[in-house]
Design a protein around this ligand. Structure first.
Ligand SMILES: NC(=O)c1ccc[n+]([C@@H]2O[C@H](COP(=O)([O-])OP(=O)(O)OC[C@H]3O[C@@H](n4cnc5c(N)ncnc54)[C@H](O)[C@@H]3O)[C@@H](O)[C@H]2O)c1
Length: 349
């Protein structure tokens, strides 16, 4: 992981990562440890994988909705930056919308409130990173996809999933706590709350970890199935097109963004993405690199409708302009410079 961009700015002393046992947490944890961040604490419902445990100073096992546990974590650790990754992802959220609301909104707002309180008590801001998603977009109340070109951060906020509604709510509540809450608070007029920063991630493709139930997972799923030598039935139409990026580019973007001076930022929420292939284009590339891959298409209407409500492309020009977002991997390089070298290194080839 190249952290040169972040090194130019600053390095946090103490970091808290919620949901550290998941796909993004895996990459972020390694990146912080590689960069020599002072101390990394984690909070997850599940035990961290054995490979993660040595990387962590304090590993808390529990629920983000457990207010007394979260208060204890902020009380015992002088946290500079929170990376709040814990969430129920899109497909799981559609199956249990009430639980999703509770974890993704109530739990996230609880984390934001406790970070704000901790920052106010010590008189120094806490950076609060929140990974949002292209799921906040939706084209109309009736769910019909329209051709719109690259969609910028300000428009088409009609999510059709509980997950998208949850992400949009937390984006707004985070912005509220960062920008307005202090003006109504009883503490000093000087800012000492949270510095809320949010990225709207596209579908993320990781070589290292298996996808965990996101609706954008048809691309990483077809790839991992091919690598395992298993057939894959894709749940969306071949012409379905949404944005993606690799996990290393997502981690690099996160650290570059959270390391950028606040004066450079013009938004609290930025689009990031690297390429927008169709499902068929991805399947062709998987077949090209893994000739024995068996990929077929069998549409699941509910999941197709969700993906159809998301933009084919997002406009990342604000992130490029404000903090130098520049992903390394296009679709071809995702295979030639990331996926294939990773699996060759694993097999000792
Ligand atoms: N992976 C993607 O393609 C993608 C795309 C856009 C946004 N995101 C966002 O990035 C974040 C991380 O995603 P991921 O792919 O690593 O997810 P993941 O499902 O792999 O990991 C989520 C982690 O959160 C933990 N968790 C869930 N509920 C919890 C709770 N109540 N208390 C404590 N821990 C809890 C789980 O145990 C798991 O380790 C999520 O907020 C997700 O919405 C991911």
């Amino acid at each position: 992981m190249d952290l040169t961009s972040r090194d130019r700015f600053k390095r946090p002393e103490q970091v808290l990562i919620t949901g550290a046992g998941g796909e993004v947490g895996h990459g972020l944890l390694h990146a912080f440890v590689d960069s020599g961040a002072g101390q990394v604490s984690t909070l997850d419902l599940a035990e961290l994988p054995a490979t993660h445990a040595p990387l962590v100073s304090n590993s808390y096992l529990g629920d983000i909705r457990d207010e007394s546990l979260v208060a204890e974590i902020f009380g015992r650790n002088d946290i500079d930056e929170v990376y709040h990754l814990a969430a129920l992802l899109s497909s799981a959220a559609e199956h249990a919308p009430a639980v999703a609301y509770d974890v993704n909104v109530t739990g996230s707002v609880g984390m934001i409130r406790q970070a704000t309180q901790a920052a106010e008590e010590r008189g120094r801001p806490i950076l609060f990173f929140f990974p949002s998603s292209i799921a906040v977009y939706g084209f109309s109340d009736h769910g019909h996809k329209i051709e719109s070109g690259a969609v910028d951060e300000r428009v088409f906020h009609h999510p059709r999933t509980m997950y998208g509604c949850n992400k949009l709510a937390v984006e707004n509540i985070g912005r509220y706590y960062a920008l307005y809450h202090r003006r109504q608070g009883k503490k000093s007029a000087e800012f000492s709350g949270i510095d809320f920063r949010c990225l709207r991630f596209p579908g993320l493709i990781s070589a290292v970890t298996q996808p965990t139930g996101g609706t954008s997972d048809f691309v990483p799923e077809m790839l991992h199935a091919a690598i395992r030598g298993e057939p894959y039935e894709c749940f969306v139409r071949p012409d379905t097109r949404i944005p993606f990026m690799t996990m290393p580019d997502a981690i690099e973007a996160t650290l570059q963004y959270t390391g950028a001076p606040v004066e450079q930022l013009t938004k609290s929420c930025y689009n990031v993405a690297a390429f927008s292939p169709s499902a068929e284009e991805c399947a062709e590339l998987v077949r090209h690199h893994y000739p024995s891959a068996k990929i077929t298409f069998n549409v699941t209407p509910e999941r197709q409708a969700i993906v159809d409500s998301w933009p084919a492309k997002v406009d990342c020009s604000a992130a490029e302009r404000d903090w130098g977002f520049s992903p390394k991997h296009d679709l071809e390089k995702t295979f030639t410079e990331y996926i294939i070298p990773y699996f060759e290194s694993q097999s000792g080839a």
